[in-house]
Design a protein. Structure first.
Length: 511
């Protein structure tokens, strides 16, 4: 072998040694769960797919260098790989290497991978643990964190951004995941931070909560299967063996009976009595493919259930009233949750299916009324601004302004349907009679009998199940058992929907 060849062989061997030390060092237990940064990346990405960027970057100031260098990759591992064969960018913070905070070089590695994700049009996952800006680098380090936050804001609605909170965080580090589209949190993180990590507001903003890191990262992989690579693509289809369901047409229903799973239970779940509670999860499970869905913000805003699911293999966002919670009366937290979910689905071309069963608003105080109005306006804005395929189904009650903001025909839904149990009205009959006929009641010799008579008349005229269809408020009244099949067919038709919003820099949502 020539001298040049021997020299190169020595250098390659040294390179292999250095990179092997990187992998071995960052794989050692250091986080609260015993996982290093590369362990977490390996759990997230398909086996053997990870391509690391800037593994040899180091602090330029020796006073800020980590004691573990060069084995710690300077506190952050960055690069890309695949999740279920689809390109995904990732950066993973390692609290052992960040020392007293994130420094200039550390941040520049993150800047680079964020820029690559936006340019390539692929999702970005941030695996977060550690503190804020590096104390020994001063405000210059803080400015580098600003670069991370600015890039996250710029890529919002362009590529999916998923923040995964795997350990305590402080300072500027607490904000970065919140600028993404979904936030995953491992339970116990707040307690582990001793009150200095996740603030309460961020804990309430967590999209998904998990008991451990393995299940959390598996959840991230599952979420990515619902999302497109970027805002210019449609979500991926995922064929299911679950039959479509019943058809309204007797001929096709008989021809496909062998492939149709029965949805007749949908005729039984929703009680006839307007005020009787039931669990909307049962309805969702009967409608979606294989009864499987991924609920978002399950821990708060209990008046709504928001979930990602599939219908006929197509990813959909389900927004549903929950009559089991406070008799289905809308709450401010639920309205805020639903508005955020509608917005993110619209950003990434995920069709929306809205299941409606709501009385009108009931406010217990002026402050509560103000919150309901503000967050109700947010939900109205989110639906009114959405251009994805939209279908609403009125299951039972649909009263007042609360009904309007549930993607009603007036707000612009593409297809409005209703079950035979629907009651679309300004309010319930008793309230309507008390307000509209108060003089008649006051002048009556027997107000109770008069009230009962007027309630029956009002109900017969305005609250029968075909009122909405007769007045164009819904397109059709359907058999509940046929809901799944009708939704699948409608979504297939609307998959090519095109709607050009007016030319503007951006809207001005009621924040």
């Amino acid at each position: 072998m020539a001298d040049g060849g021997r020299e190169m062989a020595h250098r390659v061997a040294d390179l292999d040694r250095v990179k092997a030390a990187l992998v071995e060092g960052s794989g050692a237990p250091g986080s609260r769960a015993g996982f290093g940064a590369r362990d977490r990346v390996d759990l997230l990405l398909d086996e053997g797919s990870f391509v690391e960027t800037h593994p040899l970057r180091r602090h330029r100031d020796p006073r800020c260098a980590s004691a573990a260098a060069p084995e710690d990759a300077d506190g952050v591992v960055t690069g890309w790989g695949t999740v279920q064969g689809r390109t995904t960018f990732v950066y993973a913070l390692d609290s052992r290497g960040t020392g007293s905070g994130l420094g200039e070089t550390h941040a520049e590695k993150i800047h680079k991978v964020m820029d690559l994700a936006e340019r390539a049009g692929a999702p970005l996952v941030s695996l977060c643990e550690g503190s804020g800006a590096h104390l020994l680098e001063g405000a210059a380090s803080l400015a580098r964190y600003g670069g991370i936050l600015r890039r996250a804001a710029r890529a919002s609605g362009v590529v999916p951004q998923i923040g995964v909170v795997l350990g305590p965080r402080e300072g500027a580090a607490a904000y970065a995941p919140l600028l993404g589209d979904f936030v995953f949190v491992v339970r116990g993180t707040v307690a582990a931070a001793g009150g200095a990590g996740l603030p309460e507001a961020e804990a309430r903003t967590a999209s998904f909560l998990f008991e451990d890191e393995e299940s959390c990262l598996a959840g991230v992989r599952r979420l990515l299967s619902f999302l497109p690579a970027n805002n210019r693509e449609l979500p991926p289809l995922d064929a299911s063996d679950d039959p479509v369901g019943q058809s309204n047409d007797p001929v096709s229903r008989n021809a496909n009976r062998s492939r149709s799973r029965s949805s007749e239970r949908l005729r039984e779940i929703v009680p006839r009595e307007p005020g009787r509670p039931y669990d909307i999860h049962e309805v969702i499970g009967e409608i979606v493919d294989d009864g499987a869905y991924m609920e978002v913000h399950e821990g708060w805003g209990s008046g709504f259930v928001c979930a990602l699911a599939r219908l006929g293999g197509e990813a959909v966002g389900v927004v549903a009233d929950q009559p089991r919670s406070e008799r289905g009366v809308p709450d401010a937290e639920g309205l805020r949750k639903a508005a955020g979910f509608v917005t993110v689905c619209d950003a990434f071309n995920i069709p929306l299916v809205t299941l409606v069963d709501t009385p009108d608003f009931v406010a217990g105080s002026p402050r509560e009324a103000g919150e309901l109005i503000r967050h109700g306006a947010g939900l109205l804005y989110a639906y009114g601004n959405a251009t994805v395929p939209r279908i609403s189904v009125v299951l039972r009650k649909a009263h007042g302004a609360a009904y309007l903001m549930r993607d009603s025909r007036a707000i612009g839904t593409d297809l409005a349907l209703a079950w035979p149990t629907n009651e679309i009205a300004v309010t319930d009959a008793e309230t309507a009679v008390d307000v509209a006929f108060r003089r008649d009641l006051a002048e009556s010799d027997d107000p109770q009998i008069t009230r009962e008579r007027l309630v029956k008349q009002y109900t017969a005229r305005f609250l029968h199940p075909y009122y909405g269809a007769e007045h164009g408020l819904v397109d059709d009244v359907i058999d509940p058992a046929a809901t799944r099949g009708i939704l699948v067919a409608a979504l297939a038709t609307l998959r090519t929907k095109q709607e050009d919003p007016p030319s503007r820099k951006h809207g001005n949502p009621p924040l």
